[in-house]
Design a protein around this ligand. Structure first.
Ligand code: NOJ
Length: 450
């Protein structure tokens, strides 16, 4: 294959220990929603409801990873990617969310882990990437305090069965996004709305994050334990004090609310007064159970947001000015392409004393790809990745800690409420035939990693 040279970046510039990988999530790739005894998840239910997903898309087949995982693992190896992040579907392991265990689900993930290891690829497991068992949602889902015990029991099963071979674990993926979109705005599963649902879910998810981490630590003493946060560089639209204050509130909501309790700093209530309402759900020992000494924190950064003050928006008093309104270059998600955001986010999180190690566990872009003569020339995605890697180098040069970079994502997949039109993959998928085509970005990454 021809070399795909489009930049002067070299892997060696990042250091020998720098971790390179690619990230995925079960619901976005697996399909097979009720095969081999799997239970329904909140996303199975949400996608079956009318009008929830763009173009009526669903994830009944998705990328068919459930059946074609071997082919995709071969592709990961072909791309020279040494680390693969995937999530476990809770309802595959425990169909109703609690015992009994579905042995076929355990067998499935055992096959994936063994196949990765025999291909020389290190498995990185995310325990929760948004697909809560539907039966638990019927009992209130994350708004029910019992969710902490349900999740703990599920984590114990996973570490018992996979912990002998898997050392890299991430407890919860992007809590601010799934609680915000799923329990406050109602635009993601389970489609709940309102401040009460949101705050209860927030507190229980935070407790579940540390409870899960402790279980991993107890079962696998040499585990490398992390959890992942979505983070966005926030800027005020103007230097007026109103906008600056509004930006501070949005920054608190999007970047600080979930990590600070985990670092032992408590909820940032002073900078976002609505969080004081959380006190109604905090009982007895909770404050002692909110923190955990993670080995690493996974940061997932795609863009920046520009914020102006707005009296119309409840609780936060702020509004995001869209990339479209600002007339800046954006992706198919409507997110501004702004690589310095990654540098800024690294700087921000490096300032927390309690963080031992930072890994970028997701970064990537959705662009409208076209398959022409068996090729996808997605130069915008290639540049997006390269420009973000330049920001990592700049951060390293400035002495900021950052130890790894995982691209989102391997193949085009089911992008939640956006369906299949937002393509993020290094590999193109024809969703009618399941045909895979490595894009230019994938070929570049392969060369870069060789
Ligand atoms: C964050 C989520 O973890 C992932 O599921 C999603 O597809 C990407 N970002 C892109 O939106």
């Amino acid at each position: 294959m021809n070399k795909v040279e489009t930049s002067f970046l070299h892997k060696n510039q990042f250091g020998d220990d720098f971790l390179w990988g690619v990230s995925t999530a079960a619901f976005q790739i697996e399909g097979a929603p009720d095969t081999d005894g799997k239970g329904r998840s909140i996303w199975d239910v949400f996608t079956s409801q009318k009008g929830k997903i763009k173009n009526g898309h669903h994830a009944l087949t998705a990328c068919d990873f459930y059946n074609s995982y071997q082919n995709d693992i071969d592709l990961i190896r072909e791309l020279n990617i040494p680390n693969f992040r995937f999530s476990i579907s809770w309802p595959r392991i425990m169909p109703s969310g609690v015992s009994p265990i579905n042995e076929a689900g355990i067998a499935y993930y055992n096959k994936i882990i063994d196949s990765l290891l025999s291909a020389g690829i290190e498995p990185w497991i995310t325990l929760y990437h948004w697909d809560l068992p539907h039966d638990l949602e019927l009992k209130g889902g994350w708004t029910n305090r019992e969710s902490v015990s349900w999740f703990s029991a599920y984590v114990a099963v996973c570490v018992q069965h996979f912990g002998d071979r898997v050392k890299n674990w991430m407890v919860i993926n992007e809590p601010s996004v799934f609680t915000g979109a799923g329990y406050f705005l109602g635009i993601h599963a389970p489609g709940k709305k309102g401040i009460t649902n949101y705050l209860k879910a927030m507190h229980h998810v935070t407790l579940a994050t540390t409870a899960g981490a402790k279980i991993i630590r107890n079962h696998i003493p040499d585990a490398h334990i992390g959890t992942t946060f979505s983070c966005t560089h926030i800027e005020p639209a103007t230097s007026s004090s109103k906008d600056v204050e509004a930006a501070k509130r949005v920054d608190t909501l999007l970047n600080r609310t979930f990590i600070e309790p985990i670092l032992g700093l408590g909820y940032p209530q002073a900078d976002l007064p609505v969080l004081k309402k959380l006190n109604a759900y905090i009982v007895e020992d909770d404050l002692n159970n909110l923190s955990f000494d993670f080995d690493f924190i996974g940061l997932q950064c795609y863009t920046r947001e520009v914020v102006k003050s707005s009296l119309l928006i409840p609780y936060i008093g702020a509004e995001l000015i869209s990339a479209e309104k600002r007339n800046v270059i954006s992706t198919d998600m409507g997110w501004e392409v702004y690589p310095p955001a990654l540098y800024q986010v690294l700087k921000k999180f490096n300032a927390y004393e309690g963080i031992r190690k930072i890994i970028i566990t997701e970064n990537g872009a959705a662009f409208p790809d076209t398959l022409k003569n068996g090729k996808v020339y997605d130069i915008k995605r290639t540049h997006y990745i390269q420009d973000h890697l330049e920001q990592i180098l700049k951060a390293k040069k400035d002495g900021l800690a950052v130890d790894g970079y995982f691209v989102w994502t391997l193949t085009d997949n089911f992008e939640w409420a956006e369906g299949y039109n937002a393509r993020f993959g290094l590999i193109h998928v024809d969703f009618d035939t399941q045909q895979r085509t490595i894009k230019h970005s994938g070929l570049w990454f392969k060369d870069f990693l060789s």
